[in-house]
Design a protein around this ligand. Structure first.
Ligand code: GDP
Ligand code: MG
Length: 202
């Protein structure tokens, strides 16, 4: 059982830039991932809600930073960062997103950790590496969800997990990795336990 009740997550507000984010107090955890990796589905699975974060077959639409608060208060928040890497977005717009993302990751005081959502079949993309680079700069803890694990046989999924862990061994103090499936609701408790640590400050 998680200590925080993730089911109580409610939409708080959206912000296009760091300057428009809610008051930088309390604690928050941000979810990032390549468009279509399964980030919205992972947030919905973790909060046991069907449509808290929108899931979409036309990825890349959300360019806003979306905030959700837990337990009716504003002191613990989940943050849905804009998906990145959507090919049909013009280069200029992409660079603008990157700037806002970097600004948020570098300057948000209440940010306790980053959940990086990757499709288990295509982990550690160039964009994921960029996020890991920014997190490393800040000594920011990262928890990687290798999602859509249901798309692989169990042995193959475990193999991927070991491969990704191996490649990130250098950062094992800050980075943890797990398998996840929103469809099968696998890995939810493990991910919630990590968020508990961050949001409750232990
Ligand atoms: N099989 C399977 N499909 C998933 C899973 N998570 C997401 N998807 C599908 O992948 C697509 C993109 O998911 P979405 O959550 O919108 O991705 P986002 O763009 O990263 O927010 C949708 O069609 C989802 O139904 C999963 O764990 N298993
Ligand atoms: Mg999404």
């Amino acid at each position: 059982m998680s200590r925080l009740n993730y089911q109580t997550a409610r939409f708080l507000t959206s912000a296009p830039t760091l300057a428009q984010c809610p008051l930088d107090a309390g604690a928050e955890v941000a979810f990032a991932g390549r468009s279509n990796a399964g980030k919205s589905s992972a947030i919905n699975a973790m909060t046991q809600q069907k449509a808290l974060a929108r899931t979409s077959k036309t990825p890349g639409r959300t360019q806003l930073i979306n905030f959700f608060s837990l337990a009716g208060g504003e002191s613990q928040r989940l943050v849905d960062l804009p998906g990145y890497g959507y090919a049909k977005v013009p280069e200029k717009v992409k660079l603008e997103w990157q700037r806002h993302l970097a600004d948020y990751l570098r300057n948000r005081q209440s940010l306790r950790g980053l959940v990086l959502v990757m499709d288990v079949r295509h982990p550690l993309s160039e964009f994921d590496e960029m996020m890991l680079g920014w997190a490393d700069e800040q000594d920011m803890a990262v928890h990687i969800l290798l999602t859509k694990a249901d798309k692989l046989k169990s042995g193959a999924a475990k193999n991927e997990l070991q491969k990704v862990r191996g490649r990130l061994r250098e950062w094992e103090d800050l980075v943890s990795v797990q398998l996840f499936s929103s469809l099968k609701r696998e890995g939810v408790a493990e991910a919630q336990a990590r968020l508990d640590e961050w949001l409750l400050g232990d």
